[in-house]
Write a protein that binds this ligand. Structure first.
Ligand SMILES: Nc1ncnc2c1ncn2[C@@H]1O[C@H](COP(=O)(O)OP(=O)(O)OP(=O)(O)O)[C@@H](O)[C@H]1O
Ligand SMILES: [Mg+2]
Length: 264
């Protein structure tokens, strides 16, 4: 099972768009995927056009906040073939408060200890992180091994990345397995010089991690209001082709990971 955090401290860079489309793309390939929305905005459910009754709050705490017990398998919502969602939303404010009250040595690993699917029941866990940095972000980075960081090719993109790297390094001190595997340029606009300039800089800095960019594509911004992923809304759009390329790369890396044995 691979666990990938879609993370970047800067807001509006395409984290949720990437998490949802990547998760659905992987599920369409026959992988069993759990998408975890770790944001109080609860956008993933909207992007997928579903209204789950429960979510991450109930999954972790084991109750609905009004005294009724909720089993873990009740808290996940089947959204598409092979794709399950652990919904985020406003209840995560309470979850973060609750995490904050846990003793220091367990606070950061609550998520890691809670989300443990039975062997073979999930192939990919995709975590859609909130912008900024808080106790839940730390918990996610203690749970995952891989980070995919979307960088919008506009504005002061590299500044945002620098801030995020500070956070990432502090998380790596606690979780030695954590690796920044993918830098995903997003909102690539061929009409602007800025897009090319930032992309060039990123390629130079992250020769190994850099992915093919996701173009700025109106279809990608329209799909969520219809509750559809790009593969359902506009299969032939450039945004669909870009996300397909990304998921192929991630799948191929998984095959390579399997091929290379690890020795102690
Ligand atoms: N490649 C793209 N082309 C055009 N619009 C896009 C693209 N990627 C994302 N968008 C749009 O940009 C907005 C922000 O995207 P998204 O919600 O995925 O970012 P985010 O990083 O998750 O934001 P937040 O930090 O608030 O969680 C959304 O309206 C989305 O539809
Ligand atoms: Mg988001």
């Amino acid at each position: 099972m691979r666990k990938i955090a879609i993370a970047m401290a800067k807001g509006g860079v395409g984290k949720t768009t990437t998490a949802v489309n990547l998760a659905h793309g992987l599920a369409m390939q026959g992988n069993r995927v759990l998408l975890v929305d770790c944001d109080t905005q609860g956008q993933d459910a909207k992007f997928l056009g579903v209204k789950p009754e429960y979510g991450l709050y109930e999954f972790i705490t084991g109750n609905d906040g009004r005294g009724a017990t909720v089993a873990r398998n009740e808290a996940v919502c089947l959204c598409r073939d092979n794709l399950w969602l652990l919904d985020g939303g406003i209840k995560l404010v309470e979850l973060k408060n609750w995490l904050g009250e846990q003793p220091g040595n367990v606070r950061q690993t609550v998520l890691r200890k809670s989300i443990v699917p039975k062997q073979g029941s999930i192939d990919y866990m995709i975590f859609d992180c909130a912008p900024g940095w808080d106790v839940l972000s730390v918990n996610i980075l203690m749970t995952t091994r891989e980070v995919l960081c979307p960088v919008a090719l506009q504005g002061p993109a590299l500044e945002g990345l620098k801030t995020f790297f500070g956070y990432l390094m502090s998380a790596q001190r606690l979780n030695g397995d954590l690796q920044l595997n993918y830098i995903l340029p997003t909102m690539f606009d061929k009409r602007t010089r800025q897009s090319f300039d930032i992309f060039k800089q990123l390629k130079k800095l992250f020769n190994k991690q850099i992915c093919s960019p996701i173009h700025y594509n109106v279809r990608l911004s329209e799909a969520p209001s219809r509750g559809k992923t790009i593969f359902e809304y506009s299969r032939k759009a450039i945004g669909a082709r870009d996300y397909e390329k990304l998921l192929r790369r991630i799948e191929d890396d998984g095959i390579k990971q399997k091929e290379n044995p690890e020795f102690t």
